[in-house]
Design a protein around this ligand. Structure first.
Ligand code: NAP
Length: 291
């Protein structure tokens, strides 16, 4: 068997197209475009690249993108004051605080200060709690994108064996909650898990969100499984260059899986598209209309 390689770029383009249509409808009804505000503290180079990419994608679907770039020495009180202003600003539908934050700022406190209705990353305790108990929520973008690709591949996943490797609050835990909500039988693996290979071998769906290059060996994969590789690991090549790779041995898994996402070009593009979808949903919810 050779797996079907899921084209995350194409799927994300289709989702962005849907969002752009929704934005046009929103503008027609409300006379303004939805607005996403990104807050970046400090000068981490990778964060600056992510923020730039999010702003570009936001403008491309017709939404208003604004950025607050604050110096690395910004204090927590100043950042909380900015969040309070954005929470109160009716033109701001979505607020995203780019992580990581500098050491003098407690990220949990800052995230918790975001109005849950504007929390388009889905990281506030309120949205995490709503997701956990099955209430409508703004859901973290990476697991949302993974779920779309899983549903595209498999359709109904009720009763399927799903393995989520990784238990972070931004990927693993919400991913497990989303799969559980669709009645998959979900196992969560982590660094203390014994015999990861045996868990992978049972799984119809594998979501790897670890950050260890090629942790999941191709030979472990159940034939026909749907393999979603969230990992983004930069590895050194013998010629001194680097390249991005996932948590799954892609070549080995290709021969056994039914579907697999590549790295890059799989989960990554879907994450930004889901951020745009969340922003549109938040804007519609502010006006009491369906997402
Ligand atoms: P994280 O917070 O570091 O969590 C990693 C998880 O992996 C932890 O739960 C850890 O277990 C588990 N783990 C570590 N070593 C393991 C092992 N040998 N076997 C099984 N589990 C192990 O990472 P994250 O933020 O969730 O991100 C995970 C990966 O996804 C990273 O490569 C990140 O760059 C990538 N990512 C990609 C996107 C995207 O848009 N493409 C978005 C977010 C993240 P413990 O809990 O026991 O420590």
């Amino acid at each position: 068997m050779t797996a079907l390689v899921i084209d995350g770029k194409a799927r994300a383009a289709a989702l962005r197209g849907d969002v752009a249509l929704g934005v046009m409808q929103f503008v027609a009804v409300h006379g303004r475009a939805p607005g996403l505000t990104v807050v970046l503290v400090g000068d981490d180079a990778a964060s600056a690249v992510y923020v730039g990419a999010k702003g570009k994608a936001t403008r491309e679907v017709g939404m208003i993108s604004s950025e607050h770039r604050l110096p690395a020495a910004t204090g927590q009180a100043d950042l909380l004051a900015l969040i309070a202003r954005l929470n109160a600003d009716p033109a701001v539908d979505g607020i995203l605080v780019q992580l990581p934050l500098p050491a003098q700022i407690d990220a949990d406190t800052v995230i918790a200060a975001i109005d849950p209705a504007k929390d388009v990353d889905g990281f506030t305790p309120v949205n995490a709690g709503r997701l956990a108990i099955g209430q409508p929520a703004l859901v973290p973008c990476t697991p949302s994108g993974c779920l779309i690709m899983i549903n595209d591949a498999l359709g109904n996943i009720s009763g399927a064996e799903a393995l989520v490797i990784g238990r972070s609050s931004i990927v693993g835990k919400p991913m497990a909650a989303l799969l559980t909500a669709q009645s998959a039988t979900v196992t969560i693996a982590h660094s203390r898990t014994r015999d990861l290979a045996a868990h992978v071998a049972r799984a119809d769906i594998v979501v790897a969100a670890v950050g260890v290059p090629h942790l999941v060996q191709g030979a472990w994969i159940k034939p026909g499984a749907c393999v979603i590789d969230v990992g983004m690991n930069r590895i050194a090549l013998p010629d001194g260059k680097t390249r991005l790779t996932g948590d799954v041995d892609f070549e080995g898994a290709l021969a056994r899986a039914g579907w697999i996402t590549p790295v890059p070009g799989g989960v990554g593009p879907m994450t930004i598209a889901c951020l745009l979808a969340n922003t549109l949903a938040a804007a519609n919810a502010h006006h009491g209309s369906a997402a």
